[in-house]
Design a protein around this ligand. Structure first.
Ligand code: ZN
Length: 348
């Protein structure tokens, strides 16, 4: 069968293999036929050789951690043949740490977790894959075109879950949300904010292309200005750019008792001048919280599946800029200027 693989740590090692072995039965009882694989920045980092680990004893890693497939067989009866399914990316560490021990592998303490298509587990960019029932998330049959967005949605479902847990440390009535960065994660974070009935603002550098319209279609307000030029103080910020200046500006911009969720990863190595004392003063005197958020556990995947089922499907569909047949995989992994989400189409 076909599989898209890389040799982690080696640049230009991306290949489409035609004779990849069928998934081993140890991978799980549920056999799945691939429909689509979403591509994100992590894939580009792995392809560039900056990131990723092959499974032990091999030198090639099957790519793909954003999955959508159709169940071929499930002898456990958890899902039925024909059901739409996505595979949870991260598996708990084998020690396990206290968090992995209770299913909160998104909060792993020792870093020994594994991840499909990223860290020591084969990815989903192959014709067929297997999954254990506890890592298989069933999707509404109506989500066949857009269910591949489940993984990035799980990431923002976790972010919102933690924002709400932090918010409820005291009386909490948030009204205004600022999302910085209108990529797939930012747009999906904005979607989940609108589902909560909040006034949503999205800030991005792009003044043209599809982003302003996608934000407007959510009923949210689009801003193409520096954070400091905004004329409101957000109760919640979901920071998705990882750009150091934006990160610092939103921490200072949040309203009193504001919550700033950092969901973007900075590349590091860039130094900027800033007044740490002033930031400390603002955080302490206004009871503000700044926290980081990554990955998702089973509960978040289930919340994400509900959020997608409730969303406008034509809006979700418009997040997918390009659907590229597997045979043209190099085009899928080559970014284009107006890309939001690019999908590798296994069904084509
Ligand atoms: Zn752990």
């Amino acid at each position: 069968m076909r599989a898209v693989t890389v040799n982690p740590g080696v640049t230009d090692s991306l290949r489409l293999t035609e004779d990849h072995p069928e998934p081993a039965s140890e991978e799980g009882a549920i056999l799945v036929e691939s429909l689509a694989i979403g591509i994100c920045g992590t894939d580009h980092e792995i392809i560039a050789g900056h990131y990723g680990d092959a499974p032990p004893g091999t030198d090639r890693l099957v790519l793909g951690h954003e999955s959508l497939g159709r169940v071929l067989e499930d002898p456990t009866g958890t899902l039925q043949p024909g059901d739409l399914v996505a595979g949870i990316v991260r598996h708990p560490d084998p020690v396990p740490c206290p968090n992995c021990a209770v299913g909160e592998w998104d909060m792993c303490r020792n870093g020994l977790y594994t991840e499909h298509g990223i860290k020591a587990l084969p990815g989903f960019a192959r014709d067929r894959w297997r999954v254990q029932p506890r890592f298989a998330v069933g999707l509404d049959p109506a989500l066949a075109e857009v269910g591949v967005l489940l993984e990035p949605t799980s990431v923002v479902a976790k972010a919102w879950d933690h924002i709400e847990r932090i918010g409820h440390r005291a009386e909490w009535q948030p009204r205004t949300v600022l999302v910085t960065g209108a990529g797939p994660i930012g747009l999906l974070a904005a979607l989940l904010a609108t589902q909560r009935g909040l006034a949503v603002h999205v800030l991005d550098l792009a003044s043209t292309g599809p982003k302003p319209e996608l934000v407007a279609a959510l009923g949210a307000t689009y801003h193409c200005v520096p954070v400091n030029d905004l004329d409101f103080e957000p109760d919640v910020v979901v920071e998705c750019t990882g750009a150091p200046v934006v990160v610092l500006d939103v921490m200072c911009k949040a309203a009193p008792t504001g919550i700033v969720c950092l969901a973007g990863v900075s590349s590091g190595g860039r130094t900027i001048d800033f007044d740490a004392g002033a930031l400390n003063r603002a955080l302490v005197l206004e009871n503000n919280v700044v926290f980081g958020s990554v990955n998702a556990n089973r509960r978040h995947w289930d919340l994400a599946a509900e959020a997608l089922a409730r969303a406008d499907r034509s809006w979700l569909s418009s997040l997918i800029s390009r659907r590229v047949p597997v045979a043209e995989y190099t085009a899928a992994y080559t970014p284009q200027p107006d890309d939001i989400k690019v999908v590798l189409d296994f069904a084509a």
